[in-house]
Ligand binder design. Structure first.
Ligand code: MSP
Length: 613
């Protein structure tokens, strides 16, 4: 076992005051952005999506009957040492997009998220903020819920590891593992990273025994602890990974996991003698259960409703095993090595898949609470709206790899894709339809597209989108939907229906059909992009004359060409997505006239627009 030889100088930077007055990593003094459709919202509104979310999965269950295939997806349970930052939001946004896609497929989705509230790191953060740990956890876990609400995250379950039903599950699980002879008592001496809540091998540390993730020295610890016999499961884990290569994704992360196992698994300590803020070890209340041995069980206890018996059997019957654990690459070892071994020991099934995505970085370093180099997600959402934030991070960062945030890129992408390619196309088409066809479709979209290659192009791109979503290639899914939008814009520019209407007779008839074709394309985009930008897609769908209920009950099969029917009346054209305008401060501190940040060639399209988004 590794032996420690060093000092710790590890400051936990969070305090409760951060929540009440969040500070931003980015300096917004030089530039000010304004998105007309999204005025600042009150931070403390009641959660709406979280209430709706159960309905959304239920509505699909009703639609598809009780036999709908389950899809249980989880995010990590976030530490409540500090309020959420953009890194934590990233995993949750991705999980929400995947959950929404699976609901569109008609699956019975259970989307689990929550907060990890025990352990030394949390107790220290609470003390630093001058409050008790319980009160501290209440405030921070509420900050997570509020952000998820603002980001349109439709989770089904939010588990807090301080929930009594979770504590009962952890105790029962511990007893099962103990009964299986996988827990023993021993002394441990090693180097501990409080931010990772993990003992480290000296060879994985940087100079001065600094943790490579948190860049802070690890602290020497010597304790009399209970241990989990991980080494017993080395062979089984090797076999499982060899037989199920899809268990860990992306594939390059599987290689990493396999090499950890090959290098030999060491038993790990699952209790802490010096930490009071945790679940007491059954039969030894002088120790508390190690925070990871506790938190991973949250994925199972989250399945319980308040009315259910808080035991493993009933929790498991409600949806275990999980279909997909979505995590950041930093916690892969816990999910792909420790967790499966723990489950095997307790005689429970293993999750089907663990996907470890990359980091959002700032200057190449992982953005995080401990390093203090975070982007403030509330600030982004309140300035630009949830759709822009969701779209940017899912489109810009290839899922699995690291990605850097740049405000210029954010504005360019969001304006070009959502305001121009999609929003403006819808708006100009509806404007032409209003002017020339009393906002009414002249014919079914299937008839309008007869004999046209365009329909095949769209159908192929929709299929491409579906496959990308299935493979969790979220950026490529966004790209494929954008290709549909680009195809629509090209079609419009090529056929120029506004000129055809001026010619009258047959030309007008062709122009009216062209508008139906573009609006059918918009209908398909509203479904295909709804996992990523749900509010924008709801507005697009409403503009096409559909009700809220119809949007809530959409199914992926409706991306098939032919949904719009002749006689359907469209809503009055109204911008669905406002361009972000950048206002630069002049030297005297006053605001200069708004400066559009879109490229010149994109402006051209807007001139044609009947109404600019
Ligand atoms: N509490 C544990 C997880 C227990 S799960 C049973 C934990 N919490 S955490 O709050 O520190 O981090 C959780 C996750 O947040 C990371 O694994 C990752 O998914 C996400 N991220 C935190 N910082 C991130 C970035 N800078 N970039 C992308 N995701 C990041 O670990």
């Amino acid at each position: 076992m590794a032996v420690a030889r060093m000092n710790m100088n590890c400051s936990i930077q969070s305090s409760l005051s951060c929540i009440l007055k969040p500070s931003s990593f980015f300096n917004f003094r030089a530039t000010h952005f304004k998105n007309r459709l999204f005025p600042s919202r009150n931070n403390f509104i009641a959660p709406k999506r979280s209430l709706l979310c159960t309905c959304s999965s239920n509505s699909n269950a009703l639609q598809t009957g009780e036999k709908a295939e389950p899809f249980v997806i989880t995010t990590p349970l976030y530490y409540v040492n500090a309020p959420p930052h953009m890194g934590s939001a990233y995993t949750t946004i991705a999980a929400d997009a995947i959950a929404r896609f699976q609901r569109l497929l008609g699956k019975r989705v259970v989307f689990i998220t929550g907060t990890d509230e025990h352990g030394e790191k949390i107790a220290t953060a609470a003390a630093a903020g001058g409050s008790g740990p319980r009160e501290h956890c209440d405030v921070i876990s509420q900050a997570y819920k509020m952000l998820w609400n603002d980001l349109d995250i439709a989770y089904d379950k939010f588990i807090r590891t301080t929930d009594p039903k979770h504590e009962a599950i952890v105790e029962e699980f511990y007893s099962r593992v103990l009964a299986n002879d996988d827990i023993y008592r021993a002394d441990y001496e090693g180097l501990y990273c409080v931010n990772c809540e993990e003992y480290k091998d000296e060879k994985e540390l940087l100079e001065n025994n600094c943790c490579p993730t948190h860049l802070k020295p690890c602290v020497p610890r010597k304790e009399d602890n209970y241990f989990f016999a991980l080494s017993k499961y080395q062979k089984s884990l090797e076999e499982i990974l060899a037989q199920n290569p899809d268990f860990v994704q992306p594939s390059y992360r599987l290689n990493e996991v396999q090499s950890w196992i090959k290098n030999g698994l060491r038993d790990f300590s699952i209790s802490r003698a010096a930490v009071d803020w945790g679940i007491p070890v059954p039969n030894d209340n002088k120790q508390t259960i190690y925070v990871w041995f506790d938190a991973l069980l949250g994925y199972i206890s989250a399945l319980l409703e308040d009315k259910d018996q808080p035991n493993l059997q009933s929790a498991v019957s409600l949806g275990w095993p999980a279909s997909l654990h979505l995590i950041g690459k930093d916690i892969l070892r816990f999910h792909a090595v420790y967790w499966p071994a723990m489950l095997m020991s307790a005689g429970l099934s293993l999750p089907k898949r663990v996907f470890g995505h990359g980091f959002l970085t700032k200057d190449g370093m992982k953005m995080g609470k401990s390093l203090g180099n975070t982007i403030e997600p509330n600030e982004l959402v309140h300035k630009f709206g949830a759709d822009a934030v969701r779209y940017f991070f899912l489109r810009e960062v290839e899922f699995g790899n690291d990605g850097d945030y740049s405000e210029d890129r954010f504005i360019n992408i969001v304006n070009a894709h959502l305001a121009n390619t999609i929003g403006n196309l819808l708006n100009r088409t509806l404007g032409l339809l209003k002017k020339n066809c009393q906002s009414t479709l002249v014919v079914d979209s299937s008839i309008a597209a007869e004999g046209k290659e365009f329909k095949d192009t769209v159908e192929k791109l929709v299929e491409k989108t579906r496959i990308h979503y299935e493979n969790l290639a979220l950026s490529s899914a966004c790209e494929a939907v954008l290709e549909i939008g680009n195809a629509g814009n090209l079609y419009m520019d090529k056929h120029q229906p506004w000129s055809l209407f001026k010619q009258g007779d047959d030309a007008s008839e062709a122009a009216a059909k062209d508008l139906v074709i573009i609006l059918e394309t918009m209908r398909i985009i509203a479904i295909a992009l709804s996992p990523v930008t749900p509010s924008l897609c709801r507005r697009i769908h409403a503009q096409l004359g559909y009700s809220e209920d119809q949007f809530d009950n959409l199914n992926w099969s409706e991306t098939k060409w032919g949904g719009l029917k002749g006689g359907q009346v469209m809503a009055q054209p109204k911008p669905v997505f406002a361009r972000i305008e950048q206002i630069k401060e002049n030297e005297n501190g006053g605001a200069e006239a708004p400066k559009k940040v879109v490229k010149k060639k994109e402006k051209k399209k807007q001139v044609q627009g009947v109404m600019e988004a």
